[in-house]
Design a protein around this ligand. Structure first.
Ligand SMILES: [Zn+2]
Length: 467
């Protein structure tokens, strides 16, 4: 029965404290080799600043022994005692205190001061520290690391940059078919403190992740019919709102939006979340940007689900449909986003269409809507054209993954001819699936698409395995 044995018991108490959300400190009180009492920190639960492990274990032991003096007893505690506990230990006349991890900010057994090394006090308690130091520090490190993370998350959820606006939460209340909790990130280097929103559904440790990228003027709401299919397959789904869209912060200036910046934000998000076995799902700008992502960290990407979009290499003229869209955005910068969805999607309810207007309560929130149409690379030296050409080479020559293409045939902007052109440039991309009823926002028919994608990417692999 040595010090380390009793310290292990105190450590078990510390683990209980950690599980209870208290600072993980544990203590045991021992007399003649017998454990008299065990306790852990509980100031939070007991609303008691004095509910340190040492105080609680001494109270228990004193009650048990029927004596406020604990002569001949030894106290084992995982963290160096504070001044309060050191004082109580002396008052209880303990013979010996054994502690684990030093407490450099408030330790009263040698780190900041030493209450036990004071010959003028009438009682002396033997002070023995640094027993199982590393083991005793671990739960504390875990606790404070998690606490910092929580604080960071809270801070990220509240701070707003001066040059940005934030759509009030109330705008997003009770949207039909969108029950998911928000997730925010603001510490990507490219965001410079802007708060970016993303959906993160399904198990965090799932092997497969569907990365669903929206375009202009949509947001993660666009994927509401597909997300449940992917999570039902046991997979994880990440659906970000690009800065300027959805629940993400919106820079005030149109000029904040550039091709390279948005691409960089997405690259950093994928890396920060350490996404692997990515099933890349793209449409519109989700593809204009998203199809360039696998150039970096190709190994993270496994399959491609591609809907009405393009690779804007600047080598071919933009389609008439796209030019008309760009002109409309320039002529009517306050165009009604809900009406845009209603026009191509008679199956959508008014509330669903309105959900696409929700992020943009006024012109001050619409910088991205103004900036994006002119940002599509239109000549070989436009920003983004070079990386788009590199991406084109990649898809044509290097892509090893499975691909699946859906075309909404009612789309006047990025419809069948643009998409068939793209199909030719994606290595191994099978004949596209045509959706005669679907318009530009193909995901509004997303349920069947998602079902077919899961079957195509996973069941077909399994079928191959069986041979
Ligand atoms: Zn204390």
């Amino acid at each position: 029965m040595n010090d380390e044995y009793f310290m292990q018991l105190a450590l078990a108490q510390a683990e209980s404290a950690l599980a209870a959300g208290e600072v993980p400190v544990g203590a045991v009180l021992v007399r003649d080799g017998q454990v008299i009492a065990q306790a852990h920190n509980a100031p939070v639960k007991e609303h008691d600043p004095s509910a340190h492990a040492e105080i609680r274990v001494m109270r228990q032991a004193a009650a048990k022994l029927g004596n406020y003096r604990l002569d001949g007893c030894s106290l084992y505690v995982t963290l160096e005692p504070c001044t309060m506990c050191a004082g109580a230990i002396l008052n209880a006349r303990l013979s010996k205190v054994v502690w684990g991890a030093p407490e450099p900010k408030s330790g009263a057994a040698g780190s900041v001061l030493n209450v036990f090394d004071n010959p003028e006090l009438n009682h002396q308690t033997l002070n023995h520290g640094h027993v199982l130091t590393r083991e005793c520090s671990l739960p504390l490190q875990t606790f404070f690391k998690e606490q910092r993370l929580r604080q960071k998350t809270v801070a990220a959820a509240t701070r707003l940059r001066d040059d940005a606006v934030r759509t009030p939460d109330s705008a997003f209340e009770a949207l039909p078919g969108y029950p998911w909790q928000p997730n925010y990130i603001s510490d990507l280097p490219a965001l410079k403190g802007l708060r970016m929103h993303y959906l993160d559904e399904g198990p965090a440790d799932a092997e497969i992740t569907w990365l669903c990228l929206h375009g202009n003027p949509a947001w993660s709401y666009l994927y509401r019919h597909m997300i449940p299919v992917f999570t039902a397959a046991g997979h994880r789904v990440i659906a970000p709102d690009m800065p300027g869209f959805g629940k993400s912060d919106k820079p005030k200036k149109d000029s904040a939006h550039t091709f390279d910046w948005h691409r960089q934000v997405m690259l950093e998000l994928v890396e920060a979340l350490d996404l692997r076995h990515i099933q890349l799902v793209v449409q519109d700008w989700g593809g204009i940007l998203g199809l360039t992502l696998p150039l970096a960290q190709t190994w993270r990407y496994q399959s491609l689900l591609v809907m009405n979009t393009m690779l804007a290499t600047g080598e071919q003229p933009l389609s008439d449909g796209f030019l008309a869209w760009r002109q409309m955005c320039a002529d009517k910068p306050l165009f009604d986003v809900a009406k845009l969805f209603a026009r191509g999607n008679p199956q959508m309810s008014a509330d669903e269409c309105a959900a696409y207007t929700a992020p943009f309560p006024d012109a001050g929130h619409r910088a991205a809507l103004r900036a994006f149409p002119p940002m599509v690379p239109s000549s070989v030296d436009s920003p983004g054209a070079t990386v788009s050409r590199a991406a084109e080479d990649f898809w044509r020559e290097q892509w090893q993954g499975l691909s699946l293409m859906f075309i909404g045939q009612q789309d006047p902007v990025l419809g069948e001819s643009v998409m068939r052109d793209l199909q030719q440039r994606i290595r191994g991309c099978p004949e596209p699936v045509l959706l005669p009823q679907a318009g530009h926002f193909v995901q509004e028919h997303g349920h069947v698409i998602a079902v077919q994608a899961v079957q195509s990417f996973f069941n077909s692999v399994n079928a191959g395995d069986r041979q």
